[in-house]
Design a protein. Structure first.
Length: 1031
């Protein structure tokens, strides 16, 4: 076989492609050239002269550029690079004569790429520090913009990345990088990675555009390099996609670049839409880049960025300012009141506005729309949450000609899609969770279920306590109290259970990596503000309490608390904040700002944040490694919460960890499915999806009409004039009759439920009544009916003594739960934490099964998820059985036994999950009990080849590569396995399976290894097609 090409061969080919195919001028090999500089003054002067600038213009411009590029003692590379970028990007202001006006010298003609001189030099010797010699430097008009390091295919591309990084150090050649915009590293086996100055090694990313068809020599590197270095593309990338943000220069990842280009095309057609990029993949950067592009390319453009949380509003302003969209001295674009928003909409400036959603008041729907100046583009962050009902109509009404673009980290499905697409349009671009994990944009997640067993210590004591404390209440009121307190939520709030969880978390901080070395932090999600306060007090009672903070929506109000009985939940929360949380004279805002800052910047000093719903979206803290769930989250909220842990943060953070105290595995699986599966109906075309708006309105109207009709039918026997007194007599009986209330109790309960159904049906449709087909008169009648029957129900409850103020009972009920419910230490349910969520849910196909069931039903039960797991594990067994039929036959029998047990209900759900987990682990191992050589451990694809080789070669007796019997294969069998594995990893072209030309390439590469035996090659090839690791 031919040898892997040398670095010199690769470099010669790349240089030839850049010159012959992309039109770059070859400047030569500059290893011996002295005085190499990032600004080649002769080349720059030559280009500026050709574009009509005078010598006086050129000299002044050169001086300013050289001054900006100079790295002095007090000027770091970042600052020098930012200064030169501003001059490259916007031109240099000069005065040809003292009396002449200022004129701009444009160092690069961004509008006309052909007016620029694109050139390359190789082996460019750099002096100043220790001598270095980059392989290739790309110059535009004599200014070094791109530096490329190449490696041979058998060497890791990381070597080139490290060279690029060290070259920028002060002891080497940082001065040369003052003008550099992109740094690229590549080889023929791994393709191309790119970054910019200051990019850490783990943030270099692959430019992974590959064409279909046969991969010719070097195309894994040449194709992406040709795309990036295409003259128009390169200038576009540097002009429109470079930002400086909080001390770091950034260029977009591929998904961000593609998202912006897709949005630009949509905007050119005067259409909006939704960009769905998963949590942590950089949506704020998308907003910045799109804003910069619009403000520059559309002179009449004005941008309104709308968020629904103050944290997001601040974050977006900060990113915009850091990126230079907002000048340092420019006033804040944040709108602080509705009046200010209306005022600024009608002014010519500022061109960028940031507003919180509640600044737009739905009441103004009935008034005249405000005067609006300019062509507005409305960016709505987390649009799946903030786009519903009256608010949508108002934004559309106020800004009727605006283009609306929604940004979300979550897919639009079920109820979200009902209104979101009506406002924004269809998807512009999507980037899902598993794609981000594969690209190393975010970390994968690991899930661990923990159980805190609880038990009643004395049923009789509970009954006696309850009876004593409810003397004087009627049956209905006792039932209300039981219903309120005998819930799973309240049982889960027992003090003993919380104390066990506190001890469990503190133990983790003593033993878990990152948590035990002050590098990692955690979030505890409580079920309620009361629970959060209770947890906070419990932690404060431990030494660990000095490292805890609490962030909820509660704000202590002395006026409100004056109406609360002692011992009530509201009193408890008030006392917690005023006596435990807030230092004297400190406000909630000051406290929360400080604990959030410490959590992000000082993980050693603030290790744990206790929250309920705040900070579960729009709060990025890379140190956050664990999230403890004691709140039954689901859907969007659950996924956004667990993604607080998956931000990159150094080499020691390999996963984000979820610890679940509420048995949420079903919810986690569903959330992951929704965020990853291609089977989910996300409606990227605008055609029918899960629930179309028109269908939702039709169903809503049908439900509302039925609820109203049922209520009117129930109340038909009420005598005229059908006022309050008549309703009370009919539903409560004659007050003179002692048994009247008992006799009419069931009738009243039916009335209460029927009114509740009517009000719910009305509330679901209230924002869309006209769209659902109701006339103005119909809407007024419905509004009056809702008000009338609500008042009747309230009065009836008071009249019959069936309205209970439960606050006076809160302290007693808390005492009952805390005293008579005890808990044991937390224990792990199963060992799912040994698998990541992509391994557990995505790679087994479970996510697709769940997505299909979501499309069909809109919700899932435990049984339906269990069925999905079984079906997809079964599908995986069928798919992989070719690699080891004996082993997968055993797996299939295990699965059949498990299905039988589940159907006969002889195992619990927890036990089912444990057994499924064991089965998935065995399948991940990929082989039976045969001993596997140490050289193959951890390489499942090679193990599959090793297991199948004897069977393949026994069927081809004429080969002399390996003899039988099986025990005699020895090291030759291992050697052949390693040869095949190397070919598949280094020579098999991307996307080969299913592409006829590329399949032929793979077969041709395998043919010599298999002793040029075509039958053996074909048999091996059929196996390789079914091994996922080689695809």
């Amino acid at each position: 076989m031919s040898k892997v090409r040398s670095e010199r061969d690769t470099q010669n080919r790349v240089v030839a492609n850049l010159c012959n195919n992309l039109g770059y001028t070859y400047l030569g090999e500059w290893s011996k050239k002295s005085g190499n500089h990032c600004i080649e003054q002769d080349l720059l002067s030559e280009n500026l002269t050709a574009r009509g600038y005078s010598k006086r213009h050129i000299n002044q411009a050169l001086k300013k550029l050289l001054d900006a590029a100079e790295i002095k003692n007090s000027t770091p590379l970042y600052q020098a690079n930012m200064s030169t970028y501003q001059l490259l990007r916007y031109g240099i202001s000069v005065k040809p004569t003292v009396s002449a006006p200022h004129e701009t010298v444009h160092l690069i003609d961004w509008e006309n790429p052909d007016n620029n001189d694109f050139a390359i030099a190789e082996e460019v010797t750099l002096k100043g520090g220790h001598e270095r010699r980059p392989d290739i430097v790309l110059y535009v008009n004599g200014i070094a913009l791109v530096v490329i390091e190449l490696k041979r295919g058998s060497n890791d591309i990381a070597e080139g990345i490290r060279q690029l990084i060290t070259n920028q150090e002060e002891i080497f050649n940082e001065a040369f990088f003052a003008t550099v915009q992109l740094v690229l590293a590549g080889n023929d086996s791994q393709g191309l990675r790119y970054g910019t100055i200051g990019t850490p090694e783990n943030v270099f990313v692959e430019w992974k555009h590959h064409k279909k068809g046969e991969l010719v020599e070097g195309s894994l590197l040449d194709e992406p390099l040709a795309q990036m270095c295409n003259k128009e593309h390169l200038l576009d990338l540097i002009r429109n996609f470079v930002i400086f943000d909080a001390g770091r220069k950034k260029v977009p990842r591929l998904h961000q670049y593609e998202g912006i280009k897709a949005a630009q095309e949509r905007i050119k057609k005067q259409e909006g839409g939704v960009i769905w990029h998963t949590q942590g993949s950089g949506k704020s950067i998308l907003m910045v880049l799109l804003t910069k592009w619009l403000l520059e390319h559309d002179p009449e453009a004005r941008i309104l960025v709308i968020t629904d949380r103050d944290e997001l509003d601040k974050q977006i302003e900060g990113v915009m300012r850091n990126a230079g969209v907002i000048g340092e001295s420019t006033p804040s674009p944040r709108v602080t009141s509705r009046r200010e928003l209306i005022e600024k909409l009608g002014q010519t400036s500022p061109r960028l506005l940031c507003a919180l959603l509640h600044k737009i008041d739905p009441k103004d729907l009935k008034g005249e729309p405000p005067r609006v100046f300019g062509r507005f583009y409305v960016f709505v962050d987390e649009c799946h949450r903030s786009q519903g009902g009256d608010m949508n109509k108002q934004m559309k009404r106020w800004l009727s000609t605006a283009i609306f673009i929604g940004f979300t980290g979550t897919p639009l499905y079920l109820t979200d899609k009902q209104t979101t697409q009506d406002v924004f349009g269809t998807y512009i671009h999507t980037y899902k969770f598993d794609e981000a994990v594969a690209d190393k944009v975010v970390l994968d997640l690991k899930y661990e279920a923990r159980n805190v067993p609880q038990r009643l210590t004395s049923q009789k004591a509970i009954d006696d306590w309850f009876a004593t404390k409810t003397l004087g209440l009627n049956n209905f009121q006792r039932a209300v109290l039981r219903k309120r307190w005998a819930t799973m939520e309240e049982l889960m709030s027992s003090e003993d259970r919380k104390a066990r969880i506190v001890a469990d978390i503190i133990h983790d901080f003593g033993v878990k990596p990152r948590l035990n070395n002050d590098r990692g932090t955690a979030i505890l999600v409580a079920a309620s503000i009361y629970d959060a306060c209770h947890y906070f007090r419990l932690f404060k009672g431990k030494l660990f309490g000095d490292y805890c903070g609490i962030v909820t929506s509660f704000e202590p109000n002395h006026n409100a608390i004056s109406r609360e009985p002692k011992g009530s939940d509201e009193r408890y929360k008030f006392d917690t904040y005023t006596k435990w949380v807030l230092a004297k004279g400190k406000t909630i805002k000051q406290y929360e700002d400080e604990v959030k800052r410490q959590f992000i910047e000082e993980p050693a000093n603030l290790k744990l944040l206790i929250v309920v719903s705040k900070l579960l979206t729009g709060f990025d803290a890379p140190s956050c490694t664990y999230i403890y769930l004691d709140n039954e989250l689901r859907g969007h909220n659950l996924f956004q919460a667990i993604c607080r842990t998956n931000r990159l943060d150094g080499e020691d953070k390999d996963y984000g960890y979820i610890v679940d105290y509420k048995e949420l595995i079903d919810n986690v699986q569903t959330a992951i499915a929704v965020y990853t599966s291609d089977e989910l109906d996300v409606d990227e075309t605008g055609d029918d999806g899960n629930v179309e708006l028109k269908d939702w309105l039709k169903e809503g109207k049908k439900r509302l009409d039925a609820a109203r009709e049922a209520l009117l039918y129930l109340c038909e026997p009420v005598p005229h004039p059908k006022k309050l007194e008549q309703y009370l007599v009919y539903f409560c009986g004659d007050v003179q009759t002692p048994t009247a209330l008992n006799d009419t109790e069931q009738l009243r309960i039916t009335f209460y439920k029927t009114v509740a159904s009517f009000i719910r049906a009305y509330a679901d449709l209230a924002s869309n009544l006209a769209d659902a087909g109701y006339s103005t008169a119909d809407i007024e009648r419905l509004q009056k009916d809702v008000e009338f029957y609500s008042d009747i129900r309230s009065a009836m409850k008071k009249h019959s003594g069936e309205e209970l103020d439960i606050k006076p009972f809160e302290a007693d009920m808390r005492h009952l739960i805390n005293t008579y419910i005890q808990a044991d230490s937390a224990t792990e349910l199963g060992n799912l934490s040994s698998l990541s969520l992509t391994e557990l849910i995505i790679e087994t196909g479970i996510h697709d099964a769940i997505a299909k069931k979501l499309n069909a039903k809109g919700n899932l039960s435990r049984n339906s998820i269990s069925d999905g797991i079984i079906n997809n594990v079964s599908k995986t067994i069928i798919r992989d059985q070719l690699t080891d039929p004996r082993f997968y036959a055993e797996m299939s029998k295990l699965l059949d036994d498990l299905i039988k047990q589940k159907r006969e209900e002889t195992i619990s759900y927890e036990e089912f999950l444990k057994k499924i987990e064991e089965l998935v682990k065995k399948m991940a191992k990929g082989h039976g009990d045969e001993e596997i050589p140490n050289d193959l451990h951890g390489n499942q694809s090679a193990i599959a080849v090793y297991i199948k080789l004897p069977e393949i070669l026994e069927s081809v007796p004429e080969t002399d590569e390996i003899k039988n019997p099986l025990s005699e294969y020895g090291d030759r069998r291992l050697l052949l396995t390693l040869k095949i594995d190397r070919v598949m990893r280094e020579e098999a072209p991307a996307g080969w399976n299913g592409d006829e030309a590329r399949e032929a390439q793979v077969q041709n590469a395998l043919f010599p290894i298999m002793n040029k035996n075509r039958a053996a090659t074909n048999a091996l090839f059929e196996i390789l097609k079914n091994i996922p690791g080689y695809q």
